[in-house]
Write a protein that binds this ligand. Structure first.
Ligand code: ADP
Ligand code: ADP
Ligand code: MG
Length: 448
């Protein structure tokens, strides 16, 4: 086992990983920006290193500084969390060159699956259904338009290096297409340092269903089942996620799990990863991308399987075998996660920063909180607005929804605005309760 792990992230996920390290008896190093001196993750870790000024590019995305922090603290492994360096091939490469373990997949797997167009090709080769789309990257405007017409409008123009809901444009018709294609390329270049885009047929009223997998370096690869993540905001960012997907039949659960495992094996995957699929209203499903990292919503899978995914990631990176086979994975109950953000629903979800004067999160046997916030902490404008994840678990979906409603009602936050009132509205909605929803649910509620 490693003796010291540096956590190359901040916020709730840094706290989550530090806790897992403590349980394994591994020492921890936090990194932080000048704006994050007072952060909980810094207080929780045994050592901490300031890696730069407040902005992400100066600190958490300052690769030389983060690598140097790992070297000077004598860390033997780095956990990247999600976002930041978690899917950066050159970060994993550089660590390898320094003799430090990257707690994530092999560099080759990031290269193959981190790029969405290439992941799509890998899925096709592994006989995993994909949405109809372009063959790889489209460059020339005329060729792209011809491709779009062949696929049939509406089409999505997607950044191959995209993530976090960014870099996706919808073209309704051939008339809009050339302009949107140019915009998408420019946007992709500005946000991800690569202007590569590809095309995908727009699936009408889709559900987002993803499969969590775990693979060790000894040839065992298992599915931990699916999560339903169709409750997404206007920017395709997930707001509420659950496991299992209540409307999925046993046969389809098995089939999707097998497809995800087949694809992971085909690309020599190891560690934790997620295959994302869209499901149309006929129940047909299509692979859209793989996230070669820990996901925000890994918690709900942990709740229903009893498997600690972060702990397994660390053990896999240390060369250990998975302690369970596919037959050993059992699902119990229903779990729902709500992402709490410092955004004001009454003001068009504008970020709400400042000092948190009161912070009284709900608690109880059915409730799990993942957060880095405490009373007196200041939410700064430099980072992602997510300030907590509220996870509830019950025997049935209905009971989990009731628990979530009560938990949101008793969550007291003062000093800043949060999306809690909006989440409350979503879970009160009959369409959410029935489970009969798709990715247009939130946009529809907002327009009502
Ligand atoms: P990201 O890397 O930003 O997560 P994804 O490819 O996973 O991008 O897509 C994010 C979301 O955008 C999906 O969950 C879905 O809501 C929507 N989306 C993506 N591709 C399609 C598609 N072909 N048809 C309809 N919606 C899509
Ligand atoms: P998922 O894990 O479901 O794919 P996202 O795509 O929303 O969820 O998560 C990745 C995004 O999370 C990144 O693009 C980044 O903007 C954001 N992110 C990275 N680190 C953090 C953090 N510590 N807290 C909150 N958000 C973060
Ligand atoms: Mg995605």
């Amino acid at each position: 086992m490693f003796s010291k792990i540096l956590i190359a992230n901040r916020g709730e996920i840094a706290c989550r990983i530090i806790r897992a390290c403590n349980e394994l008896g591994v020492k921890t190093v936090a990194i932080y920006s000048e704006a994050d001196r007072e952060s909980l993750h810094v207080q929780m870790a045994e050592e901490s290193v300031c890696v730069g000024a407040a902005t992400n590019s100066d600190s958490y995305l300052n690769m030389p500084n983060v690598l140097m922090a790992a070297v000077i603290t004598g860390s033997d492994a780095v956990h990247p969390g999600y976002g930041y360096f978690s899917e950066r091939q050159n970060f994993a490469d550089s660590l390898q060159a320094l003799g430090i373990s990257f707690i994530g997949p092999p560099v080759e797997a990031i290269a193959r699956m981190g790029d969405k167009a290439s992941a799509r090709e890998a899925a096709i080769a592994a006989n995993c259904p994909v949405v109809s789309g372009s063959q790889g990257i489209v460059e020339d405007a005329d060729d792209a338009l011809a491709e779009a017409e062949r696929i049939g409008f509406p089409v999505l123009i997607k950044a191959s290096a995209g993530g976090g809901g960014k870099g996706i444009r919808k073209a309704e018709s051939a008339g809009d297409f050339p302009k949107l294609m140019r915009l998408a390329q420019q946007e992709a270049d500005a946000s991800f340092g690569s202007g590569d885009v590809y095309l995908e047929k727009f699936v009408e009223k889709p559900r987002h269903v993803e499969v969590q997998i775990l693979a060790d370096t000894h040839g065992t690869c298992i599915s931990l089942g699916e999560r339903e993540c169709s409750v997404q905001n206007l920017r395709h960012q997930k707001m509420i996620e659950e496991a299992p997907f209540a409307l999925l039949c046993e046969e389809q659960r098995h089939e999707m799990g097998a497809a995800a495992v087949r694809l992971a094996k085909a690309v020599g995957y190891a560690n934790a990863g997620t295959m994302e699929f869209l499901m149309d209203d006929s129940g047909a499903y299509y692979f859209i991308e793989m996230n070669t990292r820990l996901q925000v919503e890994h918690t709900v899978t942990e709740q229903v399987t009893g498997i600690d995914i972060v702990r397994q990631m660390i053990k896999i990176a240390a060369g250990e075998k998975l302690p369970m086979a596919q037959e050993g994975v059992r699902w119990t109950g229903h779990s729902i996660e709500a992402r709490i953000t410092a955004e004001d629903p009454a003001n068009n979800f504008a970020p709400s920063c400042g000092r948190v004067t009161a912070w009284e999160p709900p608690s109880g046997p059915a409730i799990r909180m993942e957060s880095h916030v405490y009373a007196g902490f200041t939410i700064s404008p430099f980072y992602d607005p997510m300030i907590a994840k509220l996870i509830v678990t019950a025997d049935t979906r209905d009971n989990a929804i009731d628990t979530l409603r009560d938990a949101l009602d008793s969550f007291r936050v003062e000093g800043i605005r949060t999306n809690i009132p909006f989440l409350r509205r979503l879970i009160d909605d009959e369409r959410f309760r029935s489970g009969n929803l798709d990715t247009s649910f939130v946009p529809t509620v907002m327009s009502e």
